[in-house]
Design a binder for this molecule. Structure first.
Ligand code: PMP
Length: 285
């Protein structure tokens, strides 16, 4: 496949980044994942706005290519003939001349910008959406600025492995007794006509899919409560689900071995997935 690195479109085998890149040495990088449906970008503006926020929060300079990111995304979709899939975008503080905790002078060290596509035919018609997924709960031991989308993904990655080992698909993280979010998604339950999900703060990533889904839920006359909740409360719910750019709305049918509702995807989560996919396709660019 063809990838993008600092202004160049190259075969992936020829793309190179310095070993002194701060993301390689210190996870000093931020990223975004945008999904592609029908060759078009889903929620692109939201992802770019969040990227800008992540850069600001870390005093990371905006790359020169910032205003060209839409064109770069579109060009990669075209070159790699992506109909359904994802585009990964990473911006790092760049390659300093040596390993040093102090940030390099932004006049001298420019950000590294990397983009690549992931071809995922059948992404929207995912079999997992029909069966639902199983999650376990684990302690949330990540740092305190989870609202910044950094490349520090070791713990979420370990969480996924713990889930796999337990025969499950993902893990919901718990801090001080309350669910924060999934390893790479936001977490919800539904009781009656009410959707409950943790409120936005520095404790969780402000999901772009979350914002859209909560808006569609309110438009569909569902009640939305943004507050803390426990694993036990979610286990006693009628339905549960997660959201992310790559899974859209994905039903959760089991939490720590306890079936949610009938143990099959709920009708409300399925409906929200349908609305999200329909509306996102219409608004895709
Ligand atoms: N929380 C975490 C920790 C994530 O990694 C992600 C996906 N990157 C999300 C939530 C969902 O965010 P989005 O809907 O913007 O993909």
């Amino acid at each position: 496949r063809t990838v993008y690195v600092n202004g160049d479109y190259l075969p992936e085998t020829e793309a190179k980044v310095s070993i002194f890149d701060r993301a390689f040495l210190m996870a000093d990088g931020v990223y975004e994942v945008t999904s592609v449906l029908g060759g078009k970008l889903i929620d692109f503006d939201g992802h770019i706005k969040r990227l800008e926020r992540s850069l600001n929060e870390l005093d990371m300079p905006k790359p020169e290519a910032f205003d060209d990111l839409l064109d770069i995304h579109r060009k990669l979709v075209e070159i790699n003939e992506i109909d359904e899939g994802m585009i990964y975008l990473q911006v790092t503080r760049g390659a300093a001349s040596d390993r040093d905790f102090v940030f390099p002078d932004p006049e001298e060290v420019k950000p590294t910008v990397v983009l690549f596509t992931q071809n995922k035919p059948g992404l929207a018609d995912s079999p997992a959406a029909k069966t639902g997924i199983k999650v376990i709960s684990i302690e949330d031991v990540r740092w305190g600025r989870r609202d910044i989308k950094t490349t520090q993904l070791l713990y979420p990655s370990m969480g996924k492995m713990m889930a796999k080992k337990a025969g499950c698909d993902d893990a919901w993280m718990v801090e001080d007794g309350f669910v924060t979010e999934g390893t790479s998604n936001n977490a919800y339950f539904i009781k009656g006509n009410k959707i409950v999900t943790r409120a936005l703060s520095t404790d969780i990533l402000h999901g772009i899919t979350r914002a859209a889904v909560l808006r569609f839920a309110r438009e569909a006359q569902m009640e939305v409560e943004e507050r803390n909740f426990t694993i036990e409360e979610a286990q006693g719910a009628d339905e549960a689900f997660i959201t992310s750019a790559s899974t859209f709305v994905m039903p959760v049918v089991e939490i720590d071995g306890k079936a949610i509702g009938e143990g099959v995807p709920g009708t409300r989560a399925a409906r929200l997935r349908e609305i999200y996919l329909d509306e996102s396709r219409k608004a895709a660019i």
